[in-house]
Design a protein around this ligand. Structure first.
Ligand code: PLP
Length: 385
């Protein structure tokens, strides 16, 4: 009786699962695996945020909240968009979700239908094409190259537009590439959206993790075409709290809330109060972000220099906490390369297969400098072999 739905069956089995399960198995057997595969900060959630959550529990904020979030948090998100991004989203033009992932999911289900085409710069975060396909729409990859630092060519994007194109998904700073799109690229994409009547969904979840580039929100160029997605996970080291948010046209936000009301309801009440403390613009939050950013930058510089010195060409990413290493010196196929790196160097990294990044492996540097040094020593033995 349990025949899986066509929708469930359509989900692509992840190529990374094989490597991840092997890493777990090796660790269970006692191997000293260093994980460079995780997509989350290695910092703890800042103390003032944790304290706000404890206070919320003690104050009895443990019940259902409005579906789109408590009014205080929606106001704080609205103020944050204005203060940090120059975006004018009124409190009823924002919604709070269980992670940025759910904001994206709700947005795509609110906007897309069968046969719509969605342009996604590649390499991309694996969830974009999968979620788009779940809605019945068609993901269309727009390639970028390591030689350009994975920069998006707006002309290449424009050339991919067809009469069925409805949406562009941007992610800058990007996972897995770390690329940050400069203002001129964003302006060109905004103009394309205006000319062709497209929606831009911009995922700005890594906005605070930018090292030597300018971070601009595309919504400042084409507010009437943009839905902005963000969240607490990466900026405030809050991955487990599950708080994301979005700002956009009120009727779209209302549709997203309707979808959420029939699926998960409000995001965790306690987490909402924690996110409120993070978002209110306290000095403690700014200090935390500055410390994390400085640490990531130092690690990025070390791992990029180290990988290039090993003969694994790696562009310098301008943001997020990932590097894409060309691992063809280990094995021409990235799945095999990731397996060799795991088996022989005991380093877990993600093959580029699912990101549309052939010949490359993603390493996250959201880990200690000691781990990074040890990873480079171990890779030296594999590459030299
Ligand atoms: N967007 C990108 C590009 C990500 O890399 C991630 C997490 O890995 C998310 C969104 C979702 O984060 P969360 O659902 O924890 O807010």
């Amino acid at each position: 009786p349990f025949r899986l739905s066509a929708r469930a069956q359509s989900l692509k089995p992840s190529a990374t699962v094989a490597v991840t399960s092997r890493a777990l198995e090796l660790r269970r057997q006692g191997a000293d695996i260093i994980s460079m595969s995780v997509g989350e900060p290695d910092f703890d959630t800042p103390p003032h945020v944790r304290a706000a959550a404890i206070a919320a529990i003690e104050a009895g904020h443990t019940r259902y909240t409005p579906v789109g979030g408590i009014p205080e948090l929606r106001s704080a998100v609205s103020a944050k968009f204005r203060r940090e991004n120059g975006l004018a989203y009124a409190p009823d033009a924002v919604t709070v979700t269980s992670g940025g992932k759910q904001a994206l999911f709700n947005a795509l289900f609110a906007l897309l239908g069968s046969g719509d085409e969605v342009l996604i710069p590649a390499p991309y975060w694996v969830s974009y094409p999968e979620m788009v396909a779940l809605t019945g729409a068609v993901p269309v990859a727009v390639p970028t190259t390591p030689e350009s630092g994975f920069q998006l060519d707006p002309e290449r994007l424009a050339a991919a537009v067809t009469p069925r194109t409805r949406m562009v998904i941007l992610n800058s700073p990007g996972n897995p590439t770390g690329a940050v799109f400069p203002p001129e690229t964003l302006r060109a994409v905004a103009e394309l959206a205006q000319r062709c009547g497209l929606v831009v969904v911009t995922d700005e979840i890594y906005e605070h993790l930018v090292y030597d580039a300018e971070q601009v929100s595309i919504g400042t160029y084409a507010p009437e075409h943009t839905l902005t997605i963000n969240g607490a996970s990466k900026a405030y080291a809050m991955t487990g709290w599950r708080i994301g948010y979005a700002g956009g046209p009120k009727h779209v936000i209302a549709a997203m809330n309707a979808l959420q009301s029939q699926s998960t309801s409000n995001a965790s009440s306690v987490s909402q109060y924690a996110a409120l403390a993070a978002l209110e613009g306290h000095e403690d939050t700014a200090r935390f972000i500055a410390i994390a950013r400085a640490a990531y930058r130092e690690r990025r510089d070390r791992i990029v220099a180290g990988l290039n010195a090993l003969g694994l060409p790696t562009p310098t990413p301008q943001g997020a906490f990932y590097v894409m290493a060309d691992t063809r010196a280990v094995h021409p196929d990235e799945l095999q390369a990731a397996r060799i790196i795991l088996d022989e160097a005991q380093v877990a990294a993600v093959p580029g297969t699912d990101f549309a990044a052939p010949g490359q492996v993603r390493l996250s540097y959201a880990t200690s400098m000691e781990n990074i040094e040890e990873v480079l020593r171990r890779l030296d033995r594999v590459v030299g072999r």
